[in-house]
Design a protein around this ligand. Sequence first.
Ligand code: RM4
Ligand code: MN
Length: 388
Amino acid sequence: MTDVQAVKDALRLQRIELPSWAFGNSGTRFKVFAQRGVPRNPYEKIADAAQVHAFTGVAPSVALHIPWDRVDDFAHLAKHADSFGMRIGAINSNVFQDDDYMLGSVTNPDPRVRRKATDHLLECVDIMDATGSRDLKLWFSDGTNYPGQDDTLERQERLAVALAEVYARLGDHQRFLLEYKLFEPAFYTMDVPDWGTALVHCLALGPKATVVVDTGHHAPGTNIEFIVAMLLRAGKLGGFDFNSRFYADDDLMVGSADPFQLFRIMWEVRRGGGLDPALGVAFMLDQCHNIEPKIAAQIRSVMNVQEATAKALSVDSEELAAAQRNADVLGANGVMMDAYNTDVRPLLAELRVEMGLDPDPIAAYKRSGYLDGIVAERVGGAPAGWGA
Ligand code: RM4
Ligand code: MN
């Protein structure tokens, strides 16, 4: 029997972080479709993120992307967040949108470019000092397109040097999350293509270096939950960039393409103790809402993570362990499927009411009229988007 109260208590503690870039205009390389009411600056992005928190109660932090979210005074931006009951979460570095980075950033053959890229990462730590952020997220688009283009191992040495410099700059309560991605924008080698490469670099540095799992950054069919289990076992799971994908790095709403995979991931998180906030596993969204309304899509995404978590919490772990001990293959699998097939929506609705929220966050958000307000109000200025 699952203990409903224990499930609710764990869900009450879970926090899901929102990406500032999900609120701005986005698209594919073919077209960015402009939506009405889109924020024009980081202040308005935080205001929109605050709506997601207001209706879900579990999303009080918003990640920034630098330079997209550059402001003159980051401490002031943090105060602005605070006035909404929000805080600034992870700082995402960006060393992929400058002409200098055509052949790489921290792994570029040119030492001047490597210096410039590393300086940007260090500047991101300065920003963390001002915002009170704990996490620096490092994603490198670095890699090569053609065999022989550059020395693969030499690039690893350059990466190690840059990471060590950033690591040394981190404060006591700060850490970095190193992100890996199988391919794109480089098509032959990526310098951090997989969790093994990320883990090797993090292990060489120490406890403040952790790996982040972006669910869209693997080959089709990859058993992501195995990676999650292994990283938790090594004490190196810094967190997630949640999204879902049908083909490549689609950045669709988490839990929309494959809710069963998300359940399996959340089960391994629970199994490995990662739902305990003390472990510091950050549940972040990294998504773009190209055709759907952005704030409602973020609310939906938060709910999808909660549903997968609730199902993972519904696994009868004692019955599962007993079936495993007894070599009861079908029984063990049955325990998992029972949990997955549980409709947890009534439990979550009940929990929201207990938390003083509307049981149906999307309907409540729609009723609030917030979207009409920002559409009317946000006229003039340039809407935020990638690169702005
Ligand atoms: C990358 C990676 C990073 C994200 C950027 C926008 O593919 O997932 O986490 O910040 O995209
Ligand atoms: Mn990501």
